[in-house]
Design a protein around this ligand. Structure first.
Ligand SMILES: NC(=O)c1ccc[n+]([C@@H]2O[C@H](COP(=O)([O-])OP(=O)(O)OC[C@H]3O[C@@H](n4cnc5c(N)ncnc54)[C@H](OP(=O)(O)O)[C@@H]3O)[C@@H](O)[C@H]2O)c1
Length: 336
C-alpha cells in the first residue's frame, strides 16, 4: 500500500443523518443503515490507503454507520483490519459510539489445526488478533463466518456466547449458514442467553437461495439479515456493459470474479435489467440494491466499493420508491 498523502483532519458532516434510512435488525434494539459498507476488497495493503480513507470518510458522512470486516480480508489477510485501524485512529475514533463495526472468523487464517473453521480455540484467538489489528477494545458484531462440519455446533455457539460475555463483542452473528443449520444455531444462542443478532448470506438478483427458506427462518425468529455481494461483485452494475475495465474486480485480480463468469448470457440479462433501471430513473446498481431491500426482512445490504462515487450511488438506492407489479414481473422474466 502506498503512503497516504497528508489529508486534512476529519470532522464528520453535520448532515450525515439527514437522508439515510435505518431499519431495525430483527427484534433487537439495533438499527442498521439500509446501505452498509464491507472491506473485503480495496482496503488491503495492496490497495491505495488514501482512496480507502476517502471512501470510509465519505460513507460515514452520508449516514453509513456500519462497516464490515473479517480476519482474512486484505490481501494480505489481516491487512484490511490494520488499515481500518489506521483510519479509525486518524479520522473516525471520535465517532466510535456512532459506528457498528463487525468482524468474523471461519476461513483459513494461520497454520496448524487452530487457524480456521469453528473451534472455541480458533474463534477466541482470532477475535483477539482482530481487535489488536483494528486497535479496538470491542467489536459490535462478531460472526462465525462459515459453518464447520467438523466442530459441534454447541462448541461454536458457546464460543460466540463467551466472547459476548467477555465484552469483546456486543452481539453475535452467523454467516453462510443454510436455513436448517441457522435455525439450530439461533435456538442454541437463545438458550445460552446471547440471542443471534443477524445472519449474513449471499443474496442478489443472480443468487436467490435465501428465498428457499432462510428468509422465513430469520423473519420468524426475529433475526436480522444483511446480504453480501448484493451487486454480484459488480456484475449487477454498469461496470461490465462495455467490456472488462482494467481497474475492475474482474480486470484486477480476477480471483473472486473471474472474467469467464462474465458470459454473453449474463450480459444480456444485465443489459435488459439496465433498461428497466433507466426507465425507473436510476442506475442498475441502485435498482439491484432496491430489489434486495424490497423484502422488509432484509435489514441492510452490504456493498463493496472501489471508488467514492460508488458509495454515493448506492446511497440513492431507495430514492425512486417501490417497484410496480409490472416492473417486478419484467425483472422476473429476465432472471428466469
Ligand atoms: N460473509 C461472507 O462470506 C462474505 C463474502 C463476501 C463478501 N462479504 C461482505 O460483503 C461485502 C460486499 O461484498 P462485495 O464487494 O462482493 O459486494 P458487491 O456490492 O456485490 O460488489 C462490490 C463491487 O461492485 C462494484 N460496484 C459497487 N458499487 C457500484 C456502483 N454504484 N456502480 C458500479 N460498480 C459498482 C465495485 O466493483 P469494482 O471493484 O470493479 O469497481 C465493487 O467493488 C464485502 O466487503 C464483505 O464485507 C461477506
Amino acid at each position: 500500500m502506498t503512503n497516504p498523502a497528508p489529508i486534512m483532519s476529519y470532522t464528520a458532516s453535520s448532515t450525515r443523518y439527514q437522508s439515510m434510512q435505518y431499519r431495525r435488525c430483527g427484534k433487537s434494539g439495533i438499527k442498521l443503515p439500509v446501505i452498509s459498507l464491507g472491506l473485503w476488497h480495496n482496503f488491503g495493503h495492496v490497495d491505495d490507503l488514501e482512496n480507502a480513507r476517502t471512501i470510509l470518510r465519505l460513507a460515514f458522512d452520508i449516514g453509513i454507520t456500519h462497516f464490515d470486516l473479517a480476519n482474512n480480508y486484505g490481501p494480505p489477510p489481516g491487512s484490511a483490519e490494520e488499515n481500518f485501524g489506521t483510519i479509525m485512529k486518524q479520522d473516525l475514533h471520535p465517532y466510535r459510539d456512532e459506528m457498528i463495526i463487525s468482524t468474523k472468523a471461519g476461513y483459513y487464517m494461520w497454520e496448524g489445526p487452530y487457524g480456521e473453521w469453528g473451534s472455541k480455540k480458533y474463534l477466541v484467538s482470532s477475535l483477539d488478533q482482530s481487535l489488536k489489528r483494528m486497535g479496538l477494545e470491542y467489536v459490535d458484531i462478531f460472526y462465525h463466518h462459515r459453518p464447520d462440519p467438523g466442530t459441534p455446533l454447541e462448541e461454536t455457539m458457546s464460543a460466540l456466547d463467551l466472547i459476548v460475555r467477555q465484552g469483546k463483542a456486543l452481539y453475535a452473528g452467523i454467516s453462510n449458514y443454510k436455513a436448517e443449520d441457522a435455525a439450530k444455531a439461533i435456538a442454541m444462542l437463545r438458550e445460552l442467553g446471547t440471542p443471534c443478532l443477524i445472519h449474513q448470506p449471499k443474496y442478489s438478483m443472480f443468487e436467490r437461495w435465501v428465498e428457499g427458506g432462510l428468509l422465513d427462518v430469520l423473519g420468524t425468529e426475529g433475526v436480522g439479515c444483511i446480504p453480501f455481494s448484493p451487486l454480484a461483485q459488480g456484475l449487477l452494475t454498469d461496470r461490465y456493459l462495455h467490456g472488462i475495465p482494467a481497474d475492475s474486480r474482474a480486470g484486477r485480480s480476477g480471483i473472486f470474479l473471474k472474467p469467464a463468469q462474465i458470459t454473453e448470457e449474463k450480459l444480456a440479462k444485465v443489459r435488459a435489467l439496465n433498461d428497466i433501471a433507466q426507465q425507473r430513473g436510476q442506475t442498475l446498481a441502485q435498482m439491484a440494491l432496491a430489489w434486495v431491500l424490497k423484502d422488509e426482512r432484509v435489514t441492510s445490504v452490504l456493498i463493496g466499493a472501489s471508488k467514492p462515487s460508488q458509495v454515493t450511488d448506492a446511497a440513492g438506492a431507495l430514492s425512486r420508491g417501490p417497484f410496480t407489479a409490472g416492473e417486478l414481473a419484467a425483472i422476473e422474466a429476465i432472471l428466469a
